[in-house]
Write a protein that binds this ligand. Sequence first.
Ligand code: PEP
Ligand code: MG
Length: 763
Amino acid sequence: MKEPEAASVEMICSVSELANLFHQGQDLRGFLSQVVQIVSKHMQADVCSIYLFNEQSEKLILQATAGLNSEMVGTLTLNTGEGLTGLALKELRPIREGRGRDNPYFKPIPGSGEEKYESFLAVPIIRGIRRVGVLVLQDEKRSRFSKGDALALKAIASQLAATLENAQLLMERPRRGEHPGISWGTGRLIRGTQVVEGVALGEAYQMEGPGTLDHRLYACDDAYRDTLDDFRRAIDLTEQQLEELQNRLEQELADVASLIFSAHLLMLRDQGFSGTMEDRIADGARPCDAILSVANEYIDIFTESENSRMREKVLDIKDLGHRILKNLTDEEGEHGDYDGQIVLTNELLPSELLKLAAQKVEGIVLFGGGATAHVTVLAQSLQVPLIYTEDESIFRIPANTPLALDANQGILLVYPDESAIKRIRQLKEGTDRIAGLAEMAKPESYTKDGERIYLRATVNLLSDLKLARQLKAEGIGLYRSEFPFLIRSDFPSEEEQFRIYKKVVNGLEDPLVTLRTLDVGGDKILSYIPESQEEANPFLGLRAIRFLLENKKVFVGQLKAMIRAGRSRPIRILFPLISSLDDFQNAKIIVQKSLNFLKRDGLGQYPMPKLGAMIELPSAVEMAPELAREADFLSLGTNDLVQYMLGVDRTNEKVADLFDVRHPAVLRAVKRVADSAKEADCPLSVCGIMAKDPKTVHYLIGLGVREFSLEAAKIPEMQEAVSRMDLKKAQSDAAILSRLGTLHETREFMQEINERSEVQIER
Ligand code: PEP
Ligand code: MG
């Protein structure tokens, strides 16, 4: 038999070609039978069969076979858990037997012709929360299938899953004249793109952001007969709940959540708001109608405002009105929370997201990719599963409709059936296993052949530090300092910043801390700087270090706070979006000035901290040799590097396919930076998208990079992947990759690397 590695690569290529054929409208059965022919040929197995799972009947149906009796196609059915094939689906794991009949679950199927086959290998085909089917190999010889074969078959199953899922849906679709009840499952599937991974079950909550026509609250039920006393109780209860929420947030998210519910609280006690409601009730209006009418009047006024910050308040009023109404009409009192709800919306502001997360929202579906990059990052830190969708029908889903969200696959299921709910619960248990991950994490990371690799944490919020500690991050490779600036309505004071940075600096046992200076501009707009909203091309505008060099007071304030926070431990300060040596030198002058100010003001004498430049622009790549000599360290920001190298907006869904880290220009740029750092003996760390994908980490290790900064939650799996990497192999792969000239070739080569177990995340 061929080496499994080589066989699988070859086979996967053929199978993916077939998947393309299928998309071009090939006959379904013909497609499936070609798949089984190819797989059986490449795996040199006597039999290959595909069973697809019918969600309506809950049965597996044989849909194609090479080797078994072909007359059974379409008629042979198995229950979940029936026989070894059913067992693979039930337990969602590969079943590999040297002699199938030795397994107590073995159940020969009369007439299938399988009696003579001894070896058995089945892998489930899963697509997110959907069980799609089972791929089975059989062979006359005993103990024919190795662990490597199981891995290869798993890779094929995942490669084919999307196409087979479509096949499954098409095969289950009711045909003309058939009973309408025989449809594919009870659920309707809405597709989107993953923004923050995770899964959720909940009921629909239509939020509607500013910009939509209808943010008004709905009419009251005629049955409500509440009194003025009930209204006052509802107001008191609302105030109490908001204060509790505020306190909880201040503890959990001290850096960003200061007074986040202040608008709610101020409004609640405002005479024009609750006072007018009271007046109308005193004049005979039902409390429910009074709340509705006043809240809606405010909503109308704020919606029409010229001022964007006023318009942002519409959602606060809606949220507040919703909460008061709930407290008035529901007896238990525990309301206004988003616990058990999946929010559907067309816009999401960072403050809104924080409020939703604080109120325990299960997940979010965002129409039209309306979230900016910092909302995405924030949602990641808050661990709220989130997808984008272009499907407008989400707004027609009635409130409280049961939903299942699989953000990992970018899928929303409306009215999920039992099997989807069960699967989501299983996945949720899987993702809730931080304790397991913590046990798995080791304090240090090494490649298979003992090369030391440093996996540091990227920290966005103070709340990320706990996970970074639990998962044994080796210091902080990147602290994004902008969140305290983004959520507030004015610049945080130097004192406020100092308190936050101190917590970051002392957050981990490992003393390495990299504080990045403010990266605002681009899509990270500070609502209190109106000029920043007027740029035609904000990503090419006054962003990051450019903003700070123009706003020296803000720069000095931040640097002083950072330097003071580093009193007990040395810190590294990192400047984002450096485009020239001059930028770096100018920033360094401001650091020196900040040190002088601290000394002059009697706030202490500090040594010059280590200063680093982020390499994110093609101009910085070009200047990397000089920057590496000038700076104390370099940090390669690969999210922006890809954006600016390829001219592809990282936040624009329409060009998301073009945002490809495997582009030869990106791979070569990264190599130039790695070579320059090596040459100047300057420490280089990589952060952003390339630091969290084992394939690109393999490439980077091959280039000589040893430090990576990534979200703490990803560290244990990356550590595991790194421990299977071989330095020599990584070096030879990197040498090949950096010479390839087309995206087609780099993609193929990366795919090949991906098929090898050393760069796959083991689940
Ligand atoms: C990057 O650009 O890769 C990076 C880490 O910075 P940010 O995502 O904050 O722009
Ligand atoms: Mg960046």
